[in-house]
Design a protein around this ligand. Sequence first.
Ligand SMILES: [Zn+2]
Ligand SMILES: [Zn+2]
Length: 455
Amino acid sequence: MPAISRAVLRFVSLSALMLSLPGVRASAQTALDKQITSVFPDAQALYLDLHQHPELSSHETRTAAELATRLRALGYEVTEHVGGMGVVGILKNGPGPTVMLRTEIDALPVEEKTGLPYASKARTKDDSGRDVGVMHACGHDVHMATWWGTAAIMARNKDSWHGTLMLIAQPAEETITGADKMIKDGLFTRFPKPDIGIAMHDTNGLPVGKVGITPGYSKANADSVRITVYGKGGHGAQPHTTVDPVLIAARIAVTVQSIVAREIKPGDAAVITIGYIQAGTKNNIIPDDAQMGFTVRSYKPDVRQHLLAGIERVAKAEAMAAGAEKMPLVERYESTSAVYNDPVLTQHLAATLEGVLGKESVVTEEPIMTSEDYSYFVEQGVPSFYFTLGVADPQKLAEAQAAGKQLPSNHSPLFAPVADPSLKVGMTAEVTILRDLLKGTPADVKKFTNPSSGN
Ligand SMILES: [Zn+2]
Ligand SMILES: [Zn+2]
């Protein structure tokens, strides 16, 4: 297909960037680079294919089947349909630790506008029946292609490690449901429970060639809260005969911010955002009720509990102050915990990555308040290392930063990772980490973790 040929040409030209990356240049002659070079054409073809066939959360039928087939061909013991569309691949290679490497497999309801020759043209109906464009706007295709390349290198070079490698392809990350479903379907009982878990996410905030690490909290607790405020409807000209739920909702919206400003210790991160307030039908009617939608973000468990309890307390107090007869209904309907990077493990693996990519290519990043359901695996007692992979064109990123701007981020219709050499750098990082951990005994890798820390 001509489109693909042009895409390949683009890959080839961007490949030259690889030579300008100090860490990569230093290791250019290593055995690992040769192994990466040999799997790269297949990994790149997989990337292009997945990019053009994105599937929405919990509907990753084709994607999951493709990954399962490829893992089986490499000699992995593969189980499909683990918690919906989840895939688990196990490769046993003698005694030793068990290490899990996770990729997500879902795409987003975003219409791609990158103009790339291999841009997604996919459309589908979402779960509510709306016609939507579909795009790997979070770059999970980068993760999958890297994950498969890593799987291939590990399977073809079994003399370089020993233990059990557990590769999981997790569906429905974007709806924060997939990890939980895989666990409930026996991820850690039907299969070996890993001593260590590894996950990687791409970012346009770092140039290709660099990886980001964040010891401790890396992503936030996220709780969705819905409040229904009950008033008493009536004529807008006769407010004294009503209890106005619009006014109560407005007061709640203002007062909850004082929880963050006055009740949380300065320095502890906390966010309360109200994404919608809905009430009423007409300007001269005081409605019966009002709805409010919150997202509540934090890192520490005690801060999380304080915010959630505080919101409920304020909602009830404002209803009471307004003389409402019925207290508001406060519902928490979607939750995920913070992703916590074991600090000891992070320090150890940062040094490992510096060894292969170069010291200047391993960047410490600040935690961010977005959420990720990888936290479910951490909560199951799997000490983990979740790192980021730079996928931005270095020149474009430098130009954007010089102009005080940012490149289109994950979830943008313009998100366009530089797949080559991102896949190569991703494989370098993943294979190096796995080989570092898959040696010695399970007790040896436990030394790299501090199980008493974290949430
Ligand atoms: Zn995403
Ligand atoms: Zn993502």
